[in-house]
Design a protein around this ligand. Structure first.
Ligand SMILES: Cc1ncc(C[n+]2csc(CCOP(=O)(O)OP(=O)(O)O)c2C)c(N)n1
Ligand SMILES: [Mg+2]
Length: 772
């Protein structure tokens, strides 16, 4: 039996709802109207989007949510989340006063920058929603693997704006979530019928619930509040209800803005049978009645949340009013609307708050009311403090390079994982792999055969049972360690985000590895950025790079991922040519995944089989980790160097051999990470300006032996700009070779000749640089 929420508690929740509405509005007002603005820029904030959600958030945070629940809050309701923590005592007035200020509370909830506990960052609408579904899956993974007690399962909650439902990634995620039978997930839609630009179209209104229901979700629609429901039972109520049911979004919003007189006139014309209801009310109470939607009705909200305590994924559609209780309620242009000083003063007075007491959490409340509200806040079970990130550390073993004279980095990747799996141990047990339908073609097959697919319910391998020979054994169990995704790269990155936050969300660090086709990184770019923004940690393995794919053609040839990586914070790009480099980078990636100041790693691999090089010592390793090393040391004062990245090593080596006689001291630089070299260079310049005077960066040290007048030929199977900047480091001349046009099918020699990546092109480029 559910404990019924007592009436005093509902009253206290209503007070908290009002207080959240006030504090969020005041926080935004303060930042825009009261704080000094040295640059004269508008600060902004979304009072209407906040007001639309305060009742929902009061009911959740001070009634429904428990300590294990994790929440993604609609970005524009960030100030409400901060107000929640202000009431809880876990947010300071100073931070509220510094809303959108330097080092102040952020515009949108940020896991890494806000001082309050934020479970999921939000900002790019749709992504914060979908990540909660993947977090539910990760929670089930941890429970199935004995890393979490089933009783400790929390609910993954997303608080969504209705316009967010237009984001396609929501439906991609919905389909994946249905396949994996996710549970313990609540999405609460703030159905205020408004987006940024306008009121939302009516046509889709009734469809969303059908879409969710067909994916196995329970849909709970919270439309009319208690007072409206009661009015529907009065004489004339049926007519009122029929009229309201049919009322279009724009009409409803406009009437909400216009108020009591407008409702009366409209209803008198269009629903004359509702006259007794109109006659019994003055304009103000008619307006209050017509805007009594369930998303602002505490009793309806509490009852709905209480009734959904099983683990069925649930979509709550809570009808609300954008800007509820504020002067621009319902106005289609209110998204970024700000109350003027007169309006906020009127609101303050209406709430009984004295001037000067705006920041007092319970200002203007009578003793009993304040005590009841405080008591309820005290009882809230949600965490007050940010969780620290000190979870389990796993010993990362040395990862040897797979043996073999001839190898591709992609094949070596599969081999390394297989060896790790066979050797067993804590790291292997904590690795989770995932891939959007390219598991086999990215060489994860052997690992999956060893470690199995993950499913909450066992799934037999039908082909194996029928004794049909296949290299892939795809039985799924609760112990499996590979999460197979459908072909939606956006979901891959959201899955990596959720897996990469397993420590933060559930207290157990996982080592997520996602594989994808390199060109299709672009398909999920914002989700990748979103994962990095939250400091989720994972290893992204993308193959095949560039033209080395050869006959597969232009559609699959990646060109710009090295540039993407160069510009993506929180993601370190390594592009190995040889298997021993790859092994080193995988070891480094596992270290970085759990290092407090670590990051995620992107490995750009290749299907091209290369003859491995003999090493005489281990000296190259430190350089490779730092972003580059001389495969052939340049002579002191050398006039030239060839610089290559990844799978073009053979062409670079061949050109080096061809040129070495003519260009004494010619160096051959292996760049393993354009990204890291660039970062080090920037860092050095930054520290110089701040007076810290750091030592020369790795790239400066690498290039230092060359003559100031030296020339560099750079070579990359991808956008040449990823390396051409090297000329800026010490002022060397550069001839950048790379791919700037879409590729096409062909043999590698054909393609390398056409796109000028072969040894001959390198020699010509060198000749032009050095001999002209
Ligand atoms: C991916 C993305 N595109 C665009 C925006 C800009 N944007 C912010 S809020 C918003 C509309 C939000 O409407 P809704 O989700 O209904 O929230 P409400 O403010 O009405 O509660 C838009 C387009 C964004 N934040 N993210
Ligand atoms: Mg909206």
């Amino acid at each position: 039996m559910l404990k019924k929420t007592s009436a005093p508690d509902l009253d206290a929740l209503r007070l908290i709802d009002e207080r959240l509405r006030w504090l969020s509005a005041w926080t935004i007002h303060h930042a825009n109207h009261l704080r000094d603005s040295p640059d004269g820029l508008k600060v902004g904030g979304h009072q209407a989007s906040c007001a639309s959600m305060t009742a929902i958030m009061a009911a959740l945070y001070f009634h429904a949510l428990g300590p294990n629940d994790r929440v993604a809050v609609k970005p524009h309701a960030g100030p409400v989340l901060h107000a929640v923590h202000y009431l809880l005592g876990s947010q300071s007035r100073e931070q509220l006063e510094n809303f959108r200020g330097f080092r102040g509370m952020q515009s949108y909830p940020s896991r890494t920058k806000d001082r309050i506990p934020v479970d999921f960052s939000t900002g790019s609408v749709g992504l914060g929603v979908a990540v909660t579904a993947f977090a539910s899956l990760v929670q089930d993974y941890l429970i199935a693997h004995g890393e979490m007690a089933a009783e400790a399962a929390g609910r993954m909650v997303a608080l969504i704006g209705d316009a967010e439902l237009d984001e396609g990634n929501i439906y991609e995620c919905l389909i994946e979530a249905a396949k994996h039978d996710i549970r313990n997930c609540w999405w609460v839609v703030d159905y205020n019928r408004q987006s940024l630009d306008a009121t939302t179209p009516d046509r889709m209104f009734s469809r969303f619930d059908e879409i969710f229901a067909s994916c196995g979700w329970r849909v709970v629609t919270l439309k009319y509040g208690r007072r409206l429901e009661a009015a529907f039972a009065e004489p004339g109520g049926a007519a009122l209800r029929a009229w309201l049911d049919e009322c279009g979004n724009a009409d409803y919003a406009a009437l909400t803005y216009l108020g009591g007189g407008a409702w009366r006139e409209r209803l008198a014309n269009e629903a004359p049978e509702a006259k007794p209801l109109l006659d019994a009310r003055d304009d103000d109470s008619l307006h209050a009645l017509m805007t009594n939607l369930a998303g602002h009705d505490m009793a309806s909200l509490v009852e709905a949340f209480d009734a959904a305590r099983d683990d069925v994924p649930t979509l709550f559609i809570a009808y609300t009013i954008k800007g509820f209780g504020l002067p621009f309620a319902g106005h289609k242009d209110n998204h970024a609307g700000l109350m003027n000083p007169g309006q906020i003063a009127a609101l303050r007075e209406r709430m009984g708050i004295a001037e000067g007491e705006e920041w007092e959490p319970w200002a203007g409340l009578g003793g009993n009311s304040a005590e009841a509200a405080k008591a309820l806040v005290e009882r809230s079970r949600i965490a007050r403090a940010r969780r620290d990130r000190a979870w389990n550390q796993v010993e990362v073993p040395a990862i040897p390079a797979p043996a073999g004279e001839e190898q591709s980095t992609q094949a070596a990747f599969g081999r390394i994982l297989l060896d790790l799996s066979r050797a067993g141990g804590a790291l292997a047990d904590r690795i989770v792999t995932t891939s959007p339908d390219v598991t086999v073609s990215t060489n994860l097959g052997a690992w999956v055969n060893q470690r199995g697919l993950f499913r909450r319910q066992d799934l037999a391998d039908v082909f194996a049972a029928a004794k049909i020979p296949s290299a892939q054994k795809w039985g799924a169990t609760r112990a499996g360690q590979h999460v197979e995704l459908g072909i939606a790269e956006n979901n891959l990155f959201l899955m990596l985000a959720a897996l990469g936050l397993a420590g933060d969300l559930f207290g157990t660090r996982l080592f997520p590895i996602g594989t994808v086709y390199d060109p299709f990184i672009a398909r999920g770019l914002d989700a990748l950025n979103y994962a990095c923004y939250q400091d989720a940690r994972f290893l992204l393995v993308a193959t095949p790079s560039g033209l080395t794919l050869g006959p597969e053609g232009g559609a699959h040839q990646s060109i710009n991922p090295p540039l993407i990586a160069l510009g993506q914070p929180g993601l370190r790009h390594y592009e190995p040519a040889f298997a021993d480099e790859l092994a080193l980078f995988m070891e480094e990636a596992f270290r970085l995944i759990q290092a407090p100041d670590g990051e995620s790693v992107y490995l750009r691999l290749s299907t091209r089989t290369l003859r491995q090089i003999g090493r005489t010592d281990e000296g190259w390793r430190a350089g490779a980790i730092a972003g580059g090393y001389w495969l052939r040391e340049p002579g002191e004062g050398a006039e030239a160097a060839l610089v290559y990245c990844g799978a073009l090593a053979p062409e670079a080596l061949a050109a080096w051999q061809a040129l070495e006689g003519d260009l004494p001291g010619l160096g051959l630089l292996a760049v393993t990470s354009p990204d890291l070299l660039h970062r080090g260079w920037s860092e050095r310049r930054r520290s110089r300006w701040s007076g810290a005077g750091a030592a020369p960066s790795h790239v400066e040290r690498l290039l230092a032996p060359l003559a100031p007048t030296a020339g560099l030929v750079t070579l990359l199977d991808g956008a040449p700009a990823a390396l051409s900047w090297l000329g800026g480091v010490l002022g060397h001349r550069v001839s950048p070779l790379g791919v700037e046009r879409f590729g096409q099918t062909g043999t590698l020699p054909d393609l390398y000749r056409e796109y000028r990546l072969d040894a001959e092109a390198i020699v010509e480029a060198a000749a032009e640089l050095f001999l002209d």
